[in-house]
Each structure stands twice: as C-alpha cells, then as structure tokens.
Design a protein around this ligand. Structure first.
Ligand SMILES: [Zn+2]
Length: 335
C-alpha cells in the first residue's frame, strides 16, 4: 500500500490565536503522525498550489478577488467566524492544491490513497461565499477535477457541521454525490432530509440530520442501511472524504458522540466500495483528540488499523431520521 500524506508548514501562516481553527490543530496532528510507528508506512509529500484559474471552475470572481485583496494587505475578517491572513491567497490555494494533487496521484496509480492534512478547511465555502472558517472549497475543487476527467465521485462528509458549500456546488450534478451526517440544528443550518439535489442531481445529495448525543450506533446504522447501499448503486470511481473530527464526543464545537475508532471504521467501510480514497481535513478542535482521530483513519488507509480505548454514552433516538431518510431515498435508489 502507498498512502500519501500531503502537509506543509506553510499552513501555519493561516493563524489566529484564540480562534478554534488555529495553526496548533495541524501541528498536533502531524506530531501524532510523526511519533507513531505508522509514519514508516506512509509517504509524505510537499503540496503545490492550485492555480488561480482553477478556482474559477467552482467559485465566482467576487469571492476570489475578495480573498486576493485582503491577502495582499493585512489580516482581516470576512464575517464573524472567518478570518483571512496576509498571504492567504497562497496558503488557501496550497490547501486546495494538496487535495487536488493527492486525487491526481491516486488516479494515476502513484498512490493507493491519501490524506491532505490542510488548513484552512473548505466544506462551508459555497460557489459564491467563503464562510464558516473556510476560504476555498478544497474537496469540491478536487472532485470537480475528477469529474472533468469523466469520473464519478462520492464526497462523504462526517464533520459535525453540514458541508453546505460542497452541497451547493454539486447540487445539480449526477456525477458527484454528496453524503453527510451532521448535528441538527447546528451551524450552518442546512442539511435537512428533503435537501436531495435538483434537476439531474435529484437523489444525489443525501443528508442525515442527527440529534445531540447521537453516536457510533447512528453512524453504523446509516452506513449499513442508507449511505453504503446508495453509494453502491451510484458506483463511484473515486471517494473524497471531508474528514472533520468535530463529530467526536469530546469536541468543544460539536454535540455528536462518535468515538475515535468510528473514524477509521468509516474509511474501512467506504474502501470496500471503492479503494481510491482521498481524505481532506475539515474541522476538529479538541487538540488532544484530533491526532488519534487522524491516526485512526490513516491506520486503515495504510493497512494497519489502530484501536483506541475510547467509549462514551450515546443517545439512540435516531430511528425517525433513519426511517424518514430511507423513505426519501427509496424514490431514487433501490434500497
Ligand atoms: Zn465542522
């Protein structure tokens, strides 16, 4: 197995002490990776930037220009949550470029799978708006590239927040399927069961809005009964995972109760469907947990699954969501 990890120290330039999405996140994660025996099983690559032109494939000019302008002058805020640092036009394109590059390497056969340990994250960035700590949509840029090469892509999003940006970008497409579970109600407020896609894309967006306290049991049932059967029928040529670790039970911005092992389990189950998988980092804000969560996924990817002592009490009131989502998806898929 060749598992590539794309990371750069340049991501540290995007930083704001006191903001939960700060540069310590990837530092502790990479420390966890480097100090693990698993590091010998991976190849580390220095990513290169996505070109300015490539951003226009999924984002509009005003949004791109806004970040470019701030980036040339001084640190600033786009909204109450989302900061932009000097040189972020380069840093954010590096995060996108890392994700695109890993997908390219896996498609060419230079790697079996990969993980882009990047910042700033991407899944809240819509076609027109940077928001929710996200500047450009890293997963979507990579998926768009694959789509242009005739590939069908599944984007699976286990972050505790709904990836409204990714959903928005591919809402009309039957070439890129978006599947997400997330806490609801919660930021950004989207991701209801009846958000299923539009036009050709009807049935290609699958949303499971979960309740506070739902955990591994809910995810296991959703995977077995809905996400995987739908994806099996879709037959993706490639899977991109928006790896958010804020769905872990100890995350300060979360409310779901996944354990560390669940993150690896998700990769294991998806890889039975399609082994070409690239993960790109989204959220996850508990600095003592996100390292193990990353290793849980990397362990499965490089063929050395890890297991952690991590348990929690989860609430099991997810039957209604399971029933309603199944009923909705049955109209489009043979599940
Ligand atoms: Zn999140």
């Amino acid at each position: 197995m060749v598992t590539q990890v794309a990371y750069s120290e340049v991501f540290r330039k995007h930083d704001n002490i006191g903001h939960p999405e700060n540069s310590e996140r990837t530092m502790v994660m990479m420390q966890a990776v480097y100090s693990s025996p698993l590091a010998n099983e991976m190849t580390f690559i220095e990513p290169s930037m996505a070109s300015e032109e490539s951003l226009y494939k999924i984002h509009d000019e005003r949004m791109i220009q806004a970040i470019k302008d701030i980036s040339e002058k001084q640190n600033s805020w786009l909204d109450l949550d989302t900061y932009v640092c000097k040189q972020d036009f380069e840093t954010a394109r590096l995060a996108a470029g890392a994700t695109v590059q890993l997908c390219d390497n896996v498609l060419k056969g230079d790697a079996d799978n990969g993980f882009a340990v990047v910042r700033p994250p991407g899944h809240h960035a819509t076609s027109k708006t940077s928001m929710g700590f996200c500047l450009f949509n890293n997963a979507s840029l990579a998926a768009y590239d694959l789509m242009e090469q005739g590939k069908k892509v599944l984007i699976f999003d286990p972050d505790v927040h709904h990836g409204n940006g990714t959903q928005d970008i591919f809402y009309h497409s039957d070439k890129v399927m978006y599947q997400s579970f997330h806490l609801s109600p919660h930021f950004p407020g989207t991701g209801k069961i009846d958000e299923i896609g539009s036009g050709d894309g009807r049935g290609y967006t699958v949303n499971a809005p979960l309740s506070y306290g739902n955990g591994d049991g809910a995810i296991t049932s959703l995977l077995q009964e809905i996400f995987l059967p739908v994806a099996r029928e879709f037959k993706p040529d490639f899977i991109i995972v928006s790896s958010g670790f804020d769905s872990h039970h100890e995350d300060p911005l979360g409310g779901l109760r996944l354990t560390v092992d669940m993150f690896g389990d998700i990769i294991e189950q998806l890889s039975l469907l399609q082994s070409k998988i690239v993960c790109t980092l989204e959220g996850g804000y508990n600095l003592s947990i996100i390292g193990p969560c990353l290793l849980s996924q990397l362990g499965v990817m490089c063929g050395h699954p890890q297991h952690y002592q991590d348990t929690t009490m989860e609430l099991r009131n997810y039957q209604q969501v399971l029933r309603d989502l199944k009923k909705t998806m049955k109209q489009y898929w043979d599940i």
